[in-house]
Design a protein around this ligand. Structure first.
Ligand SMILES: Cc1cc2nc3c(=O)[nH]c(=O)nc-3n(C[C@H](O)[C@H](O)[C@H](O)COP(=O)(O)O)c2cc1C
Length: 180
C-alpha cells in the first residue's frame, strides 16, 4: 500500500467481524511498529495482546469509567491491545534525572507515535483499530496485572473491519499551518 494513501485513508474502526485475530498477525504488526522513532531510541513501548474473551470483556465492562460507548466497541472486537510504556526511560537520563523540563511528557509522546504506527501497520494488513483514551488506568492495571513501573498509555481494540467509516471532518491546511 502506498504510504501517503495509507496515512490518509486509515480510519478509526469501531465495528468488527467475529473473525479471530491471531498472535501471529499481531507479531507481524509489532514487527513493523518496532521501527517507530523513540526518545534516544529508548523503545519503552510494549504491546500486550488480550485474546482471552473473559478478560477482554471484564476490562470492557469494569475498566472504562462507565463509558458504555467504549464498552460496546471493546466487547465487539475479537482482541484488545494495551499500549504499555516503561516509566523513567523516555525523557530521562540513566541516573533517573529528567533530561528536559517536560518530565514524563516524552513517555506519552513515544506512546502516541508507537500507537499510530501500530494502527497504520494493522491497516496495511487489512485489520481495523481504534485508539481508546477513555478508561480507568488503575482499574485496568488491577484487572490485567500490569506492573506499577509501567503506564497503560492507550487501549486499541483490533479486528477485521465490519464498517468503512467516513472521514470525520478535518481542518484545512490554512487552519493548521502557521508560517512566520
Ligand atoms: C488519544 C486518542 C484517544 C481516543 N479515544 C477514543 C475513545 O475513547 N473512544 C473512541 O470511540 N474513539 C477514540 N479516539 C478516536 C478518535 O475519535 C478518532 O481518531 C477521531 O475521531 C478521528 O477519526 P479517524 O481516526 O477515523 O480519522 C481516540 C483517538 C485518540 C488519538
Amino acid at each position: 500500500m502506498e504510504l501517503i494513501e495509507g496515512l490518509k485513508n486509515r480510519r478509526s474502526v469501531r465495528k468488527f467481524t467475529d473473525e479471530e485475530v491471531t498472535r501471529e498477525q499481531i507479531e507481524e504488526i509489532v514487527d513493523i511498529a518496532r521501527f517507530s522513532p523513540s526518545w534516544k531510541n529508548s523503545q519503552s513501548v510494549r504491546y500486550m495482546l488480550i485474546i482471552d474473551k473473559a478478560l477482554k470483556d471484564k476490562i470492557a465492562e469494569e475498566g472504562v469509567m462507565g463509558f458504555e460507548w467504549n464498552t460496546t466497541i471493546m466487547k465487539g472486537a475479537p482482541a484488545l491491545i494495551l499500549v504499555l510504556t516503561v516509566d523513567k526511560r523516555a525523557g530521562y537520563e540513566r541516573d533517573g534525572s529528567a533530561s528536559t523540563s517536560k518530565g514524563e511528557h516524552w513517555q506519552s509522546f513515544d506512546a502516541g507515535i508507537a500507537a499510530e504506527t501500530f494502527c497504520l501497520a494493522a491497516y496495511g494488513k487489512g485489520l481495523g483499530t481504534v485508539i481508546l483514551g477513555v478508561y480507568d488506568e488503575e482499574k485496568v492495571r488491577e484487572i490485567v496485572g500490569v506492573p506499577e513501573s509501567q503506564k497503560i498509555s492507550a487501549l486499541i481494540p483490533i479486528g477485521m473491519p465490519a464498517e468503512e467509516p467516513e472521514v470525520p471532518k478535518r481542518k484545512e491546511v490554512a487552519d493548521l499551518l502557521i508560517v512566520k
